[in-house]
Design a protein around this ligand. Structure first.
Ligand code: HEM
Length: 196
């Protein structure tokens, strides 16, 4: 992704005057921030820190898309399927975290001996939705680039890099999903920590 954004798309900077550079923060943070950390939150023993990082970086990423939206001619806000799936994934994730925190507080108040759940019931659903958002986002961006540049916006090499990136994102999500399914089958839990 960095090769694409730095070499082909002029880099990324949230405070730049160039709207393209501001926009480029969006795909970077939505994958390496939101999606990566939400996936890590599913497989590590205590995923809370990962989930908080995912939400914080995802929030900045969405802010970057909103900030550069008009200048890059994307039309009105929240019109594309991508933006709907994206905001649904993000909102579900925030809700899950909020309920998780409430449940932990409830358990602590009752002095429960039961271990807190490491990942909520919607964890994998959010991962699927984030994957759909990331892939549809790449398509959305490619289409916008072609429109703006009169149809010849992407070189063959850039198209190849975008396609490889999309396949990599898909493989990443599939491997995390398989890891979760395998860990649940073996340990009865998604994380890899042995029972005490
Ligand atoms: C999990 C990952 C992602 C989420 C949750 C997400 C979420 C969003 C949201 C909520 C918007 C609407 C902003 C607005 O209306 O102003 C948006 C816009 C946009 N995103 Fe993403 N995004 C993700 C990944 C990506 C990726 C990887 C790309 C690739 C370049 C991308 C490209 C775009 C584009 C071009 C827009 C503006 C056009 C539109 O509204 O569809 N997104 N994204």
């Amino acid at each position: 992704m960095l090769v694409w954004l730095l070499h082909f798309r002029g880099g990324l900077n949230l405070n730049s005057h160039d709207p393209n550079r501001v926009f480029n923060v969006h795909p970077f943070l939505m994958f390496f921030g939101f999606m990566f950390f939400l996936a890590q939150g599913l497989v590590v023993y205590d995923g809370m820190v990962c989930r908080v990082v995912a939400i914080s970086l995802g929030g900045v990423g969405i802010r970057a898309a909103i900030k550069s939206h008009h200048t890059l001619n994307f039309g009105s806000h929240m019109r594309s399927l991508h933006s709907w799936i994206g905001i649904a994934a993000f909102s579900l994730f925030v809700l899950e975290l909020a309920f998780g925190i409430l449940k932990c507080c409830g358990d602590a108040a009752e002095n429960s001996k039961e271990k807190p759940r490491k990942s909520g019931p919607t964890g994998r659903t959010v991962l699927y939705m984030a994957t759909c958002a990331a892939l549809s986002g790449l398509m959305e961006r490619s289409a916008a680039m072609d429109d703006l540049d009169g149809g010849g916006g992407r070189s063959h090499r850039e198209s190849t890099i975008i396609n490889v990136l999309a396949l990599f994102i898909l493989l990443f999500a599939v491997s995390i999903d398989k890891a979760v399914v395998y860990a649940v089958a073996v340990n009865g839990r998604a994380d890899c920590m042995p029972e005490a």
